[in-house]
Design a protein around this ligand. Structure first.
Ligand code: B4P
Length: 192
């Protein structure tokens, strides 16, 4: 199985690149951001709780997202592999993911990191906020909080996957096609 973790700060382009990667490598796309937004739209109990945190740019509790991912993995027993987009975001989530995959006799193949500076991230998210209506993209203070959450809770995952020999970084600035080509090169280097 090819199991990829897409990593990077908010607005780095994880969702954008996932759409291309799932097509090329026939993977099942698991985006915790998308799953949470659909829970919010459906006004489930989980969605109502998550909305407050997401709107403030704060991470949702580990137990909630780990449970969501576990049931999505179980729902796709025939998958050739998964692309984890926006998950894991904490060391606890990464450890839980390793355990879940071990139970399925598989593992993460690699973590692909998109590197983008804060100025570009803020520009992209404010631009998206104009059309998407996403409350977490609508103001600079909330975006700052999301980047801060990333730096304190998510960035340590780089060492976690480096320690497993699975970390690979590509520049996340440039055209979507160029960035996709860099990601595909990194994946092909471990799969051929
Ligand atoms: P996510 O939905 O994961 O969102 P993201 O970090 O905003 O986006 P991404 O990096 O995917 O960027 P995108 O491609 O969209 O998270 C939202 C919230 O959900 C979190 O704050 C948190 O509260 C919660 N959450 C999610 N997962 C969680 C977890 N595991 N644990 C706890 N909480 C969790 O691109 C952004 C913009 O840039 C787009 O407008 C795009 O068009 C543009 N863009 C992309 N590539 C570009 C390029 N090359 N050049 C110019 N623009 C580009």
């Amino acid at each position: 199985m090819l199991n990829l973790v897409l990593f990077g700060p908010p607005g780095a382009g994880k969702g954008t690149q996932s759409a291309h990667l799932i097509e090329k490598y026939q993977l099942v796309h698991l985006s915790t951001g998308d799953i949470l937004r659909s829970e919010v739209a459906a006004q489930t109990a989980l969605g109502l709780e998550a909305k407050k945190l997401m709107d403030a740019g704060t991470l949702v509790p580990d137990a909630v997202v780990i449970g969501m991912i576990s049931s999505k993995i179980d729902a796709n027993p025939k998958a050739k592999g998964f692309i984890f987009d926006g998950f894991p975001r904490t060391i606890a989530q990464a450890e839980a993911l390793d355990t879940l995959l071990q139970q399925k006799e598989t593992a993460i193949s690699m973590m692909l990191a998109l590197e983008v500076d804060n100025e570009e991230l803020t520009k992209r998210l404010l631009l998206r906020g104009k059309d998407s209506g996403r409350p977490d993209d609508s103001n600079e203070e909330i975006i700052k909080n999301r980047i801060n959450e990333y730096n304190t809770k998510t960035a340590p995952l780089k060492s976690y996957y480096t320690g497993q020999g699975k970390f690979s970084a590509v520049p996340g600035i440039g055209s979507i096609e160029t960035i996709f080509a860099s990601l595909a090169n990194a994946i092909d280097a471990i799969t051929v």
